[in-house]
Design a protein around this ligand. Structure first.
Ligand SMILES: [Zn+2]
Length: 309
C-alpha cells in the first residue's frame, strides 16, 4: 500500500529547515553568533547537521531548541504533519494519511500548535473591532462548535450571568479583536468581565486605537482605558452608522463578524476538542489567518515561526 511518507525525503526537509531558520547563514542556537563551524552529523539522522560555536564553545544542530528536536519521528513526518494541519485535517485524518497511531499524532499536533502559539505576537492599531462568541467545549472532549450569538435583547445579559458562557459551564467565551485590513487576535476567556478583558486588550491593542464594539457593557470602560470607543447599537436594529457624516458607515463590527464565520468553518473538522486544548486551536487559526496563506504556500511560514529564535 502507498505510504506517502516514502515519497518525501529527510535530506530535503533538513535543507528547508536550515534555509528558513538561518536565511542569513547558520548562527549559534545558544548565543546567536555567526562564528560557527560544521561538526559532523547527528547520531540518529545522517542529514541532521551538527555545528560547533567558537564564541560560546558549545555544540548544536539543525533542530536544537526547536519543537522538532528530541523526538523519535523523522523530520519528514513532522513536516507532513504540519502540512496536513495547514490543510485543516483532523488528528484522525492525519493519522490515517500518514499511517500513524492516533495518540502519536495527537501529541505531535499539540506540540506543533503550541510551538506556533507561544512564538507569535500581534499588536493591533488604527481601526479595531471587538466582539465575543461562545463555543461549546467540554473538559473531557464534548463536541465542539462555535455558537452563533443568540442574544434576545441585550438587557437580559446585563442583569447577571444567566445565559452567559463561562468556563465552568463548558461554554467558554472567546474574545475577538481584529484590525480592519489587518490582523486578528482571539482569546478564550474564563468569563466575560471587565477585569478579565482589560489586561488582554492592553497587551494586544495600542492605546489611542479607534475601537468599534456593540453595546455590551463589558466594553463600557474602553475610553477610560485610553481608546476611542464607538458602539453600534444592535439591540435597536442598527448595524452600521455614519457618525462623521462623510457618507461612509464606519461604525460597525462587520469585520469581526465575518471572521467568526471563517473560524466556525475552520473548527468544523475538529470534533471533541477539550477546553484545555481549545486555545491552541484558536491560536493556530489566528496565525494562519494572519499570514494569509493556504496550502503549500503556508508550510514555510509555519516552519519559520517554529524554528525562529
Ligand atoms: Zn554560541
Amino acid at each position: 500500500m502507498l505510504n506517502i511518507l516514502n515519497l518525501i525525503d529527510d535530506a530535503k526537509c533538513y535543507e528547508m529547515v536550515r534555509q528558513l531558520r538561518w536565511p542569513e547563514g547558520v548562527r549559534c542556537a545558544h548565543c546567536g553568533h555567526f562564528w560557527v563551524k560544521k561538526r559532523g552529523f547527528h547520531n540518529n539522522s545522517k542529514y541532521r547537521q551538527r555545528y560547533y560555536c567558537h564564541v560560546c564553545e558549545r555544540q548544536f544542530d539543525d533542530l536544537t531548541h526547536t519543537v522538532f528536536a528530541g523526538h523519535h519521528q523523522p523530520l519528514r513526518v513532522w513536516m507532513l504533519c504540519l502540512y496536513l494541519m495547514g490543510l485543516n485535517l483532523s488528528n484522525q485524518q492525519i493519522a490515517a494519511e500518514l499511517n500513524l497511531n492516533k495518540d502519536n499524532v495527537q501529541q505531535m499536533t499539540s506540540q506543533l500548535r503550541e510551538g506556533v502559539v507561544v512564538k507569535k505576537t500581534v499588536l493591533l492599531e488604527g481601526e479595531v473591532e471587538f466582539d465575543e462568541v461562545y463555543v461549546i467545549a467540554g473538559h473531557k472532549g464534548n463536541p465542539t462548535a462555535v455558537k452563533a450569538k443568540k442574544r434576545k435583547g441585550r438587557r437580559n445579559r446585563l442583569k447577571g450571568s444567566r445565559g452567559r458562557g463561562t468556563l465552568a459551564k463548558e461554554k467558554p467565551p472567546i474574545l475577538g479583536m481584529i484590525q480592519r485590513n489587518g490582523e486578528v487576535v482571539i482569546k478564550m476567556l474564563p468569563n466575560v468581565q471587565q477585569a478579565t478583558i482589560k489586561p488582554i486588550i492592553e497587551a494586544v491593542v495600542k492605546v489611542g486605537a479607534e475601537v468599534f464594539t456593540d453595546e455590551y457593557n463589558i466594553y463600557n470602560r474602553l475610553s477610560e482605558w485610553g481608546y476611542h470607543h464607538k458602539t453600534v447599537n444592535h439591540s435597536v436594529g442598527e448595524y452600521a452608522r455614519d457618525e462623521d457624516g462623510d457618507g461612509f458607515h464606519e461604525v460597525h463590527t462587520n469585520t469581526i463578524e465575518g471572521f467568526w464565520s471563517l473560524l466556525r468553518s475552520w473548527l468544523r473538522p475538529h470534533r471533541g476538542v477539550s477546553q484545555e486544548k481549545f486555545p491552541l486551536y484558536l491560536g493556530f487559526f489566528e496565525f494562519i489567518h494572519n499570514v494569509r496563506k493556504r496550502g503549500k504556500a503556508l508550510l514555510p511560514s509555519l516552519i519559520s515561526i517554529l524554528v525562529a529564535p
